[in-house]
Design a protein around this ligand. Sequence first.
Ligand code: SIN
Length: 291
Amino acid sequence: MRRNHISNTLSTLGPTEVCGLDLSQPFDDDLLAEIKALWHSAGGLLIFRDQHLTAQQHIDFSRQFGTLFGSPEGVPLQDTVSRYLHPDHPEIYRVSNQISADGQPRGRARAGTYWHSDVSFRERPASASILYAKELPGIGGDTLFANTEAAYAGLSETMKTLLADVHAVHDFAVAAATQYAKPLVMGDDFDGSNQALHPVFRTHPDTGAKSIFVNPGFTSHLAGFHRSESDALLAFLYAHMTRPEYIFRQVWQDHDMVMWDNRLLMHYAIADYGQAPRYLERTTLLGERPV
Ligand code: SIN
């Protein structure tokens, strides 16, 4: 009964929708392997339609793919977002433009309204993120995904050679300066643990495919270049990575659960819905050190 899901590839980049599969139940080994293979062939983007999960079931589903940020065996996300975590489930990061009855934010407003790859400022950034749509505005609130493997493939051989051994500094301070009001940056977020050096081109550990691993949200500069050179090269890469040909637009439906691979996708949450309520819950998987 659990195998009656239908896969439908939504664009040439591979994003695939899966219908008729109940994520609240644990997968057996065969089904888990099938979903992982489908995820890789889907350009790292699976859309599971019509899901009805508790927070614990969302966590249990996610744990089948690895260790979660915020779990006892994992590491926390940066302190600055701790106020947006689910009060009973620190593995769940909440995104919302709403205020709770007690006057506290129900989640982070305008979260991810910039191109980024989740937690790329850590030595071990996020592999997957799994976002569950619980309340959506009538219009707007879509999320864009940019496929950085396709973008890598679209570079000239000369550009690939120039940047082949170059590393980039990723730093939470970049987002803190542009996306967070200063008093809201909390704790020890500038103590160095939210800063990392990663190769500009990384190789996916499961597929062997190369992608471009820099993003405007968190990348500070390219190591070994003058700042003006780094700025120019990053500006070129960002313009290239966000060409329309590499973009998929997720138009959310109620109860969608979207699982994306941060190793080959950047994303951007479009904040175009004003005060219309939008509430989503995200788990985030701890990845490996990029190589
Ligand atoms: C995020 O995880 O960056 C938020 C994405 C969204 O709200 O669509």
